[in-house]
Ligand binder design. Structure first.
Ligand SMILES: [Zn+2]
Length: 111
C-alpha cells in the first residue's frame, strides 16, 4: 500500500475573469465654459462624442479614469459609431478596449 497523499483536488481556480467586452466610449469630458449666461463656470462637462466631434481644439478626457482621449468619427467600413479612445492604453479603465478587470486611475490624469 503506497502512502499516497491525496492531493486536495480543489485546485485554486485562477479564473481568467474574462472582462466583458468593453463598450465603446461614447461620452467624454471637455473643459469649457458652460452654464447660463449669468452664472458661467469653466470646468469639465460630460458630452456625447458626436457633439464633441463638432468642437475644435479642445482637450477631451475619459469620464472614468480622466486620461486624455482622442475622438473617432463613425466608420461605416468598420461598423463603428463615433467613439473616443485613450491616447495611451489604460488597462485600469473599463471604458477602454484593454481593461484588465481591475479599475485603476490613469497614471497621468488630465486636470
Ligand atoms: Zn478611461
Amino acid at each position: 500500500m503506497g502512502n499516497a497523499i491525496m492531493e486536495n483536488a480543489m485546485a485554486l481556480d485562477e479564473i481568467e475573469s474574462a472582462p466583458a467586452k468593453a463598450a465603446p466610449m461614447i461620452e467624454v469630458e471637455v473643459k469649457r465654459w458652460h452654464g447660463a449666461a449669468d452664472s458661467r463656470v469653466f470646468g469639465w462637462q460630460t458630452m456625447h462624442v458626436k457633439e464633441a466631434l463638432r468642437l475644435q481644439d479642445e482637450t477631451f478626457r475619459c469620464p472614468e479614469c480622466l486620461g486624455r482621449v482622442r475622438l473617432r468619427q463613425a466608420s461605416p467600413e468598420k461598423e463603428t459609431d463615433a467613439h473616443a479612445e485613450h491616447y495611451s492604453k489604460n488597462t485600469g479603465c473599463s471604458l477602454g478596449g484593454h481593461f484588465s478587470g481591475e479599475k485603476r486611475p490613469h497614471p497621468k490624469p488630465v486636470s
